[in-house]
Design a protein around this ligand. Sequence first.
Ligand code: FES
Ligand code: FES
Length: 160
Amino acid sequence: MRVAIKVNGQECSSEIEPRLLLVHFLRSTLGLTGTHWGCDTSNCGACTVWLDGVPVKSCTTLAAMADGHEVKTIEGLESSGVLDPVQQGFIEEHGLQCGFCTPGMMMAARALLDRNPDPDEATIREAISGNLCRCTGYENIVRAIRWAAAHQTAQEGAIA
Ligand code: FES
Ligand code: FES
């Protein structure tokens, strides 16, 4: 079957097998290897991308389900070479160790901050509860997301 999916703002059209998972479409067909594949059972969240702005686990989403829809991956998070505050926060607060979970964490974090720009710690922990960090480095991840919340608010204030 042929699918047409907008990925990070670009139209991608491809002939695929109906059983192809979205994570494999992104990684193997499009070469967008920033989306990681960690468990294949919807547990770890490493494969988290957005489908029409909503975080989904791409290891349990068929590529066919994205036909005619919009997907955003970690490669689409920065804009014109400027890192998203979430990405910057992970740098500032050392929010990654091995880094395998990081793209999924960032996609979940950005989705949270889009709907709640100033979340408390409990809300942050709940928002990333579907994302497993096997290094158990959650303290710095939470700090990174708080850094992003504080600095994006400051940036918005500066623009206004
Ligand atoms: S690879 Fe999708 S949740 Fe783990
Ligand atoms: S930084 Fe290693 S799994 Fe999260």
